[in-house]
Ligand binder design. Structure first.
Ligand code: TGC
Length: 389
């Protein structure tokens, strides 16, 4: 069976996309197949971030593609989701790159920045000439950004930043960091920080067994002095960084289904070709039951992603709805990866198949941008009106 037959059956999700959206999807799939898949196993093994792909992602128009103006494509939410799907079908690390660049760093500037900040950074970030990162999370409170201790103190016309951030994607290769810090009144403010600024230091976190083709860092801000023009003028309070997290979480809803699809395809292919007890394992009812359950969850996840995308295009997507998508699709993608690994048996733990790599990556995806538990609590609050954080 051709591998893409799976996606074209049952609910025919591709048939629900516009020609423009299908064009983006095909372009991303070709990019993933030609530029990521051939080297991803060794890059993952060697913890190698393939820097040259950044400009190629920019040339393809994927960086900040859902934004409008300043060199960005102004594509639909579904087109962006479809690109996330195809990139993550190759590896979560590269979907993460596109998310950090477009959904977090560029979105922060686009939503909350001045005209000068937009014209300085967005065109360069859209082409990949400049890499951005997003410094929100701190060592003392990943799930609780309100526990933020990084400070921004005014000093004459300047601001001076002090503090530490953790798990900041791409920070050590970034040209610009969006840093969130508290001002003396306790209000969370955002700052556009060129990473060459004295006092900014990013150190890659070592020993990761997940997202190994990507980079996550500890960041220290030691008396980082910035001009008044560095503050994001339209960002006040935690709702500003959360508005960017909404964008990134939305991309994950789609991306996770890409990882799931690759695992499902590997399991289907194996079930047709691997013979045990004198017959293909796919002829066994137990294996077919597993495949059917994986497939049902994959198709449901795709329909959920598409529904959220259409809501987003109408400006009607709520944070609670995004939580449904992030919680469900990552949880089910991980379950699909686990089941695929069981169908592949011992070979499933090797890098001959992409399944274990996706499974390891999805553990990170399950944790960042709001853990399962955080999204359960967001939904618990939406249902009961009671916050149980
Ligand atoms: P609370 O502190 O009471 O509210 C603060 C303000 O934020 C508003 N808000 C939102 N606004 C827009 N979208 C959302 N999703 C929002 N969630 C909250 C809220 O209305 C309030 O506004 P205002 O105007 O009243 O001040 O926060 P809360 O009680 O609403 O939320 C608590 C909780 C636990 C849900 C929230 O803290 C949360 O989502 N925690 C998880 C944080 C998280 O996802 N962290 C991961 C960050 S990942 C990352 O930084 C980059 S990973 C990629 C990489 O760099 O590699």
């Amino acid at each position: 069976m051709p591998t893409n037959l799976i996606v074209d059956t049952v609910f025919a999700v591709d048939a629900l996309l516009t020609e423009d959206e299908l064009g983006w999807k095909r372009k991303a799939r070709a990019f993933a197949d030609e530029r990521i898949v051939p080297t991803i196993e060794s890059d993952f093994e060697n913890e190698y971030f393939r820097r040259e792909l950044v400009a190629e992602l920019g040339a393809a128009g994927f960086l900040g593609m859902h934004l409008t103006g300043y060199g960005c494509a102004g594509a639909s939410a579904v087109a962006y989701g479809a690109v996330c799907l195809e990139l993550e079908a190759a590896d979560s690390g590269w979907r993460t790159f596109v998310s950090v660049q477009g959904s977090l760093a560029m979105s922060a500037i686009s939503k909350h920045g001045s005209d000068e900040q937009k014209s300085t950074w967005l065109p360069k970030m859209a082409t990949g000439e400049a890499i951005g990162c997003f410094g929100l999370t701190e060592p003392g409170g990943g799930s609780d950004p309100a526990a933020m201790t990084t400070t921004a103190g005014p000093d004459g016309d300047d601001w001076v930043l002090n503090g530490t951030k953790r798990w900041i994607g791409l920070a050590s290769v970034a040209d610009v960091a969006i840093i969130w810090a508290r001002d003396p009144e306790g209000t969370v403010r955002g700052f556009v920080v060129p990473t060459a600024t004295t006092g900014f230091r990013a150190t890659p976190i070592e020993g990761k067994l997940s997202m190994r083709s990507s980079i996550q860092c500890d960041v220290t801000l030691d008396n980082v002095r910035l001009p008044a023009s560095a503050v994001l003028p339209h960002a006040r309070g935690l709702s500003a960084p959360f508005s960017c997290l909404n964008e990134a979480r939305y991309g994950i809803v789609w991306g996770a289904m890409g990882a799931a699809r690759t695992c499902l395809e590997a399991a289907v292919e194996r079930s047709r070709t691997r013979e045990v007890f004198g017959a293909p394992i796919g002829s066994r009812q137990l294996v077919q039951a597993k495949l059917a359950d994986m497939f049902v969850e994959y198709e449901k996840g795709m329909l959920l992603a598409l529904h959220l995308g259409r809501l987003k295009e109408r400006g009607a997507l709520t944070p609670a709805q995004i939580s449904v998508g992030k919680l469900n699709n990552v949880r089910e993608a991980l379950s699909i990866a686990h089941t695929a690994r069981s169908i592949l048996a011992g070979d499933g733990i090797t890098s001959e198949f992409p399944v274990m790599r996706h499974m390891a990556n999805l553990e990170s995806v399950r944790t960042y941008e709001g853990t399962d538990e955080i999204h359960q609590l967001v939904l618990g609050r939406a249902l009961t009106g009671i916050a149980a954080f």
